[in-house]
Design a binder for this molecule. Structure first.
Ligand SMILES: C[S@@+](CC[C@H](N)C(=O)[O-])C[C@H]1O[C@@H](n2cnc3c(N)ncnc32)[C@H](O)[C@@H]1O
Length: 279
């Protein structure tokens, strides 16, 4: 039996192992990033979690992420998806890219979305200011012939592969999602159907709140009792979340299908021509 609409306090890998194969529709998550940088050059406070230190041996970290990603693949239904938020990191001048371990997993890689956060803590000049994070859309095929699943509805694919969403401020969790992000994913992927959405690193429970607002069931896992309390308070009085969530849903609007848009393309057109009717 799935632990529906529960926030489980525990270790994510151990808890995922208790869930049946092919039983969950969608995963939206952001693990701890194994932050390798020191204290220098930070504009905002360092992310410090309750319960654990986000700095372990990088090889062990990547192995643990592969375990989580593959366990998630097992429990997601064929035709289902996982959205995995991470970012490019640097350690002593060496780039560590999330695709190094994502491509070793069982998932079919579907898309890399750039999350333009508009700002970030580190303003040192070794590189252009890295204000982006990534969201990886991973897909579990229905069978061997299923190359990339169903098309998105036109109203969702109007959104581009670059998502400009400001990070959260003043929350009771050091690295919570902006709710626009999880609502965008769930609304676009479940297309109005009730499903089961899971977040194995639930934190303040943003994914779970989006799922609930969209009429789906949720399962959250996090090792922190403190963050469960943050979620419990949030789910009891979601007024701030509802406003932001509704603003996001209003963006998913289009009055022409892909076919109509294609048939009306002028011989040479700009992106503005293409979307003129939709703004
Ligand atoms: C980046 S935060 C997720 C924030 C979340 N998306 C939100 O909106 O609040 C990562 C979370 O993973 C949790 N965590 C880290 N290691 C874990 C583990 N092994 N099992 C369960 N939770 C873990 C931390 O407590 C933290 O809340």
């Amino acid at each position: 039996m799935l632990p529906l609409n529960k926030y489980i306090v525990g270790d994510s890998l151990k808890q995922l192992k208790l869930i049946d194969d092919d039983s969950v529709d969608l995963c939206v998550t952001s693990p701890p990033y194994n932050k390798l940088e020191g204290n220098r050059g930070h504009l905002v406070d360092k992310v410090v979690y309750d319960e654990f230190v986000d700095k372990v041996d990088e090889d062990l970290y990547q192995e643990s992420q592969i375990d989580i990603l593959n366990e998630m693949y097992r429990i997601i239904k064929p035709g289902g998806s996982m959205f995995y938020n991470h970012r490019v990191r640097w350690e002593k001048g060496v780039t560590i890219h999330p695709l190094e371990w994502i491509l070793k997993c069982d998932w079919k890689f579907r898309q890399e979305i750039v999350w333009d956060r508009t700002l970030a803590g580190n303003i040192r000049g070794w590189r252009f200011w890295p204000i982006d994070e990534r969201i990886y859309w991973l897909y579990k095929p229905l069978d061997g012939n299923d190359k990339s699943g169903k098309e998105l509805e036109s109203k969702h694919s109007l959104l581009t592969s670059i998502w400009r969403i400001m990070p959260n401020k003043n929350t009771n969790h050091p690295a919570s999602f902006p709710i626009e992000l999880s609502s965008r994913i769930i609304y676009s992927i479940l297309v109005g159907k009730k499903g089961v959405v899971i977040d194995p690193y639930a934190g303040s429970g943003t994914t779970l709140i989006s799922a609930k607002l969209l009429g789906s069931d949720y399962i959250g896992i996090d090792m922190s009792t403190e963050y469960k309390t943050v979620f419990d308070n949030r789910v009891d009085s979601p007024s701030k979340d509802i406003e932001k969530h509704n603003n996001e849903i209003e963006k998913h609007f289009v009055n022409k299908t892909y076919k109509q848009r294609k048939s009306e393309l002028p011989p040479k057109c700009t992106r503005e021509d293409l979307f003129e009717e939709d703004v």
